[in-house]
Design a protein. Structure first.
Length: 248
């Protein structure tokens, strides 16, 4: 198994790839979100995209989905034939489908795309996931996914809610956005702030937290504030876990 952070960047980051995860497990290989700079990172890392089974969209803000047309265009040009499953909220699917019109303009797409709504809980080919709505201006579905022996929580965007906290409390690894990087902020503006995440971290035993989606200009301050935290660090654009081991 492998959980790799492809990008930790906020929407307009100059330094980082837009936030996304690549996951390999016994059952399926997942891409979680596909912002505009994610395809380039996939090529750069030479990830074998023939092995991609599922794309999961937490929500459809541009920094989480605009890479879809490029990625599907690439898969078509690579002569992919295997079907691709896209998990997205039913109400958000028409926007993603309109992006796909750009993926293949001159001939029919060479493989089938299967669309599925995101449920509160479901099992896909033996792999279990749960999801819950965070507090974000565009409906965002946080994910708790069994990746072999690691239960991974990935927030997507938004502040924690009662429902997402329940999922976090079951997780072995929590990957959470900290889109409000002002470390003294006490209120949320559709993104999590450090103070609320720090308080939550103390309620999740020793579960490791990795923070991402912090604006470039706040990274140094957040990194400083995290130095006194035991279980919480800034996520890096690298492997978060492999073969059952969680990395720092
Ligand atoms: Zn968003």
């Amino acid at each position: 198994m492998k959980i790799e952070m492809l990008g930790i960047g906020s929407a307009y980051s100059r330094n980082w790839t837009t936030s996304a995860l690549w996951i390999e497990s016994l059952e399926h290989n997942w891409l979680i979100d596909c912002g505009p700079t994610v395809p380039q990172k996939l090529w750069l890392k030479q990830i074998n995209l023939h092995k991609l089974d599922i794309i999961y969209f937490t929500h459809i803000h541009p920094d989480h989905c605009l890479g879809l047309a490029t990625l599907v265009n690439y898969l078509h040009n690579q002569q992919r034939h295997e079907p691709l499953l896209i998990l997205a909220q039913t109400k958000q699917q028409p926007y993603l489908k309109s992006l796909l019109e750009l993926a293949c303009l001159d001939e029919p797409l060479g493989f089938e795309i299967i669309w599925q709504d995101i449920s509160d809980r479901a099992t896909i080919g033996g792999q279990h996931y749960e999801s819950a709505l965070s507090d974000h201006p565009v409906a965002n579905r946080s994910l708790l996914l069994n990746v072999d022996n690691i239960r991974l929580f990935y927030s997507g965007d938004g502040s924690p809610t009662r429902q997402t906290i329940k999922l976090m409390q079951q997780a072995d690894l929590i990957v959470h956005e900290c889109g409000n990087g002002n470390t003294s902020a006490q209120t949320s503006n559709g993104h999590s702030n450090f103070q609320e995440l720090k308080a939550l971290c103390s309620q999740t035993n020793n579960t490791p937290w990795r923070l991402y989606h912090c604006p470039d200009e706040h990274q140094a301050t957040l990194s400083n504030a995290l130095q006194t935290q035991t279980n919480m660090t800034l996520a890096k654009e690298q492997l978060l876990a492999a073969d059952g081991v969680i990395y720092g």
